[in-house]
Design a protein around this ligand. Sequence first.
Ligand code: FPP
Ligand code: MG
Ligand code: MG
Length: 369
Amino acid sequence: MALVGRDLGELKNNITKLLSSQHPFVSKVAKHYFSGQGKHIRPLLVLLIAQATSVTANPTTQPLDYQMIDLPISRGLVNMTPTSLFEQRHYTPYRSSSGCTVLPTQRRLAEITEMIHTASLLHDDVIDASLTRRNLPSANASFGNKMAVLGGDFLLARASLALARLRHPECIEIMATCIANLVEGEFMQLKNTKNDDRDCSDTAQKKSTFEHYMDKTYMKTGSLIAQSCKASAVLGGCDNGVKELAFEYGRHLGLAFQLIDDMLDFTVSAADLGKPAGADLKLGLATAPVLFAWEEYPELETLIKRKFSEKDDAERARSLVYQSNGLKRTLALAEEHCQLAINAVEKLPPSDAQLALVQLAKKSLTRKS
Ligand code: FPP
Ligand code: MG
Ligand code: MG
C-alpha cells in the first residue's frame, strides 16, 4: 500500500531490534511469527488512522522529544545509542504529498500493536493446540508449549517497555486495557457461561448466547483494533470526537473481521488458511454460523451444550450449518459492521488515507485467509 509502504517495510526490522536479548533463544521464539507472511492489518490501520486524523489534529498537544522512545534497553542492548537503533528518519514526522502526517510515536504504536497481537497468537496456539500458522509450524510445534508461552510473555514485555517510552499516559491506559480485554475474551470463550441460564425462554436464551458471543468477539479481536486506532488519534493530539470515530471504526471493523474469520473456518481449506481449518467445532466452540443455524435446527442445542464432545457431534453440526442460512447470515452481519465502520471513518475530512480505510473495510469481507 503506497501510503504507508515505507513504514510497513521497516516494521519487521524495527520489531526485530526491539526483541533483541542477551538470551538469543528467547528472541528466536518471540520472533518466530515474524519470519512468515503476516498481513500486518493492525499496524496498517494505526498508520492510516494517523494519516486520516492528522488534518484534524492540534499540533500543540503533540510530544516533542521523539528520541525518548528509543532509549537503550537495559541488559542486552546496553551499548547501543538511540540513533544506532533506528535510522534518523524514524524520529522525523513524515508528511505525505496529500499533507497527512505520521508521527514517530504513531509509527512506534504500529509496531507495539503488532507485537501485542503476535504475543496473543503465541499464547492462542498453545491454548488451541494448533500446529500451524501462516503455513509454517506454530511456535508451540517448533519449540514446545513452555517456550511458546515464554516467547509470548517476552513480546508483551518489550511491547510494554516501548509503550512506556511513548511517555503518554492516556495511550498507555488504552493499550493496557486492550491487553486485559484479550485475556478476558479468551476466558469468556473457554467458560461460555451464559448457556447455563435455565430460567430463560428459548428465544431469550438464544439471544443471550449470541450477545455473549459478540461480547467475547469484541474482547478477543475488536478491542485491540479499536483501541489501537483510538491510541493513534490520541498520539496525534486529536479531540475527543475524532478519537471516538477512530475507536468506532476499529470496533466495527474488528467485529466484522472476526465474523469473517469464524465463517472461513467452515468454508476454506487448511492449505488456503495457512492454519488448521474446521478448528472451532473441534475446540468445542459455537461461533456465529452455528448459533444462527441453531435457530433453524433446534437439535443443535444439545450438541452446543456438550461442546460437540461426542463422536460425530462436530460432523453433524457442520452439516447442519451447511444446510442452514448460518454462513449467509454471518456474512450479512459482518457486512453490517463493515458499513458501520465505513460510516464512522466517512465523518473524518476527506483524504487518501480515509479512502484507503474504506477500501480496507470492504476488502475484509472478501478475504479468503
Ligand atoms: C485468535 O483467535 C486469538 C485471539 C484473537 C486472542 C488470543 C488471546 C489470548 C490467548 C490471551 C493472551 C493475550 C496476550 C496479549 C498474551 P482464534 O483462535 O479464533 O484464531 P486463529 O484461528 O487465528 O487461531
Ligand atoms: Mg486459534
Ligand atoms: Mg483461539
